[in-house]
Write a protein that binds this ligand. Structure first.
Ligand code: ISL
Ligand code: CA
Length: 540
C-alpha cells in the first residue's frame, strides 16, 4: 500500500462552523458537500472531519453518545454516506475523529454503568470517595475536579475533561472490542482513517495521588503509558492493518522521544502525531498565561521536531487553537504577507500539512468583547475557576480573549452577504465583523489573495518530490529568520522565512522558485514577513 497520506494535504473541517444549509444556524453535512468543489480546487486530498456523531454537544461533539449515528443537527447517516461518496468522486479521502478516551455521559453505556450491577459498570472508572472527598487529587484539562460524584451509584467517576465526558476503562478488554467494532463500522463505509483524540492518555496505569502540579496533577499516571502503546498495537494489528488507511494521533504533553515511540514503524502504532510543543512557546505553563510571541522560540521548537521525527503532522491551527495569523503573524498591517509566509512554512516543512478551515483565507481571532459571546465549555470553566480565585473580571476576559478555543470556531466567512454566507438564520456563534474584508468569494478569483497563495503552494508541493519527501536541514532559527533546506537525491531547496516587520538580509545563490512578494529574482534582502524558496540546484 502506498503512503498516499504523505503526498496529500489535509483540510480540517469543524462542521458546526463550516456551512449551514437549513437555516438553523449550525453548519451541517450538506453544507460540506456543497463546498467540496472549492476544496478540490484548493488542492485538498484528505478531509479530517471533527466529530459529527450523535452527541448532546457539551464539548461540541467531543462527547459522543452514539458512535454509529449522526447528530441530527449535522444531518443523517444518508448525508454522511453521500459525503463519503461525493468526496470520493473528487478523489478526496475522509478521515474521522476518533474520540475514545471518553464518551458522553449520555451514552447508553454510561447510563447503564451508573447501576453497580450493570455489565457496563466496568466500562468506566468508578471509585468510592476517600476521606469524604474524591478518590484522588487529580485535576482535569478543563479547570474542574476530575471526579464527579454520582448519587445513583454512591461512587465517583473519572473524567479528565468536562464532567459530561466520563473516561473509558481500558483495563476492561470489552471496551477495546467495542472500539474495534466502531472503527470497522466506519472503515467499511469507506473512510480513510482516523484522527485519534488525546490518544496518548487513554490508559491510566494507576489511580494513586499524583505529584501536585499547577496543571494536570496525576498526569504521570496516564501520559504515554506502556498500556497505551499496547492498545495502539492491538488496534493496528486487528483493525487498521486490514484497510488502506492511516492514523494520526493527537498527543498531549509528548516529548520527541514519546513521539518517536508512538510512530515507530516496527511497533506499528500511529502513522504520525500532532505534538504541541511549538503551540506552547507563547505561554507560561498553561495557555491562559500568554507570553509574548517570540519567533525564535517558536521556530527552534519546530526545527527540533523536524529533526527528531521521521515524519511530522505539521499544523499551525486547529479548532482548539487561536488563529495563526493573529498569533504568529501580524493580523493588521502585514495580514496577507504574514499569512502567506506561514503558509510557505507549513507547505515546505517535512511532513503532512494540515490546514484548518478558514486558515486558507487568513481568518483572524474573534472580535468579541465579553463572556456572553463565548460558547466554549473550557472558557466558561476557566472563567468560573478564575472568579473563585478572585481574579478581576477585566483580567479574566483578557486571558480568555487571547486563548479561548472559540477564536478558531467563528463561522466560515464565505462572502459579503448576510452572516457572511454561513447561514440564513442566527449563527450559533457570532461571526467576525471583518468578513466584509476577509471572505472566500473575494479571494477565490483574486490571484494575489491568501487563498490563491495557498492554492499555488499546495500545487507546488503536490508536484515536487523535494518538498514532499526531501530531508530537512536546519540552517538558522532566530527571532527574525527561519532558514532551512530540503534535499532529495542531491537537489537542494532553501526556504527563507522572515518573521520580522523590518527588512532582513539573508544572502543565497540560486534560482528563485517563489516569494510572497512580486519579484523575479532574489537579491538577498527580504521584505517584512517575506518568504522565499530558492532552488540551489544539484549538490556539487
Ligand atoms: O486544547 C488544548 C490546548 O489549547 C489542549 O489541551 C488539547 O488539545 C485538548 O484539550 C485536547 O483536545 C481534544 O480533546 C478534547 C476536545 O475538547 C478538543 O476539542 C479535542 O481537540 C476532549 O475530547
Ligand atoms: Ca444546519
Amino acid at each position: 500500500m502506498s503512503n498516499w497520506w504523505k503526498e496529500r494535504i489535509v483540510y480540517q473541517i469543524y462542521p458546526r462552523s463550516f456551512a449551514d444549509t437549513n437555516g438553523d444556524g449550525i453548519g451541517d453535512i450538506p453544507g460540506i458537500i456543497a463546498h467540496l468543489d472549492e476544496l478540490k480546487d484548493l488542492g485538498v486530498g484528505i478531509i479530517w472531519l471533527s466529530p459529527v456523531y450523535r452527541s448532546p454537544g457539551a464539548d461540541n461533539g467531543y462527547d459522543i453518545s452514539d458512535y454509529r449515528d449522526i447528530a441530527p443537527e449535522f444531518g443523517t447517516m444518508a448525508d454522511m454516506d453521500a459525503l463519503i461518496q461525493e468526496a470520493g468522486k473528487r478523489d478526496i479521502k475522509l478521515v474521522m475523529d476518533l474520540v475514545i478516551n471518553h464518551t458522553s455521559d449520555q451514552h447508553a453505556w454510561f447510563q447503564s454503568s451508573r447501576d453497580k450491577n450493570s455489565p457496563y459498570r466496568d466500562y468506566y472508572i468508578w471509585r468510592p470517595g476517600k476521606n469524604g472527598g474524591p478518590p484522588n487529587n487529580w485535576t482535569s484539562f478543563f479547570a474542574e475536579d476530575c471526579w464527579e460524584y454520582d448519587k445513583k451509584s454512591g461512587e465517583y467517576y473519572l473524567h479528565l475533561f468536562a464532567k459530561e465526558q466520563p473516561d473509558l476503562n481500558y483495563d476492561n478488554p470489552q471496551v477495546l472490542d467495542e472500539i474495534k467494532g466502531i472503527m470497522r463500522f466506519w472503515l467499511h463505509k469507506g473512510i480513510a482513517g482516523f484522527r485519534c483524540d488525546v490518544i496518548n492518555i487513554i490508559y491510566k496505569s494507576s489511580l494513586e495521588d499524583g505529584k501536585k502540579r499547577l496543571a494536570l496533577t496525576g498526569s504521570e499516571y496516564y501520559i504515554s503509558q506502556p498500556g497505551t502503546h499496547k492498545i495502539l498495537q492491538e488496534l493496528r494489528r486487528d483493525v487498521l492493518s486490514q484497510y488502506d488507511c492511516f492514523a494520526v494521533g493527537e498527543t498531549v504533553f509528548v516529548t520527541p522521544q514519546m513521539g518517536k515511540d508512538l510512530c515507530d514503524k516496527s511497533r506499528g502504532e500511529l502513522d504520525m502525531i500532532f505534538s504541541f510543543e511549538h503551540m506552547e512557546t507563547d505561554q507560561y505553563i498553561v495557555k491562559w498565561f500568554k507570553r509574548r510571541f517570540h519567533a525564535g522560540r517558536f521556530v527552534k521548537t519546530i526545527a527540533k521536531w523536524q529533526q527528531a521525527l521521521e515524519w511530522n503532522a505539521n499544523y499551525l491551527e486547529n479548532h482548539d487553537q487561536p488563529r495563526s495569523v493573529s498569533r504568529f503573524g501580524d493580523a493588521d498591517k502585514y495580514w496577507a504577507h504574514s499569512a502567506k509566509m506561514l503558509c510557505t512554512m507549513l507547505m515546505t516543512l517535512r511532513g503532512t500539512p494540515y490546514v484548518y478551515q478558514g486558515q486558507e483565507i487568513g481568518m483572524t481571532n474573534f472580535d468579541y468583547t465579553n463572556m456572553e459571546q463565548i460558547q466554549d465549555v473550557e472558557s466558561h470553566n476557566v472563567n468560573k475557576l478564575a472568579k473563585k480565585l478572585h481574579i478581576p473580571a477585566f483580567y479574566r476576559w483578557r486571558m480568555i480573549k487571547k486563548s479561548s478555543r472559540d477564536n478558531a470556531r467563528t463561522p466560515m466567512q464565505w462572502h459579503t452577504g448576510k452572516n457572511a454566507g454561513f447561514t440564513t438564520g442566527k449563527p450559533w456563534l457570532a461571526i467576525n465583523h471583518n468578513y466584509t474584508r476577509i471572505n472566500m468569494a473575494a479571494q477565490m478569483n483574486d490571484p494575489d489573495s491568501v487563498r490563491s497563495f495557498y492554492k499555488t503552494m499546495i500545487a507546488l508541493r503536490a508536484g515536487n518530490d523535494v518538498l514532499k519527501l526531501g530531508s530537512f536541514r536546519l540552517i538558522s532559527a532566530t527571532r527574525r529568520l527561519f532558514i532551512y533546506e530540503r534535499e532529495l537525491d542531491g537537489r537542494i531547496y532553501r526556504v527563507i522565512l522572515s518573521f520580522s516587520k523590518k527588512a532582513c538580509k539573508a544572502p543565497c545563490d540560486g534560482i528563485l522558485l517563489l516569494s510572497n512578494y512580486p519579484r523575479d529574482t532574489y537579491d538577498g534582502t527580504l521584505s517584512p514577513y517575506e518568504a522565499v524558496v530558492v532552488d540551489k540546484g544539484d549538490r556539487q
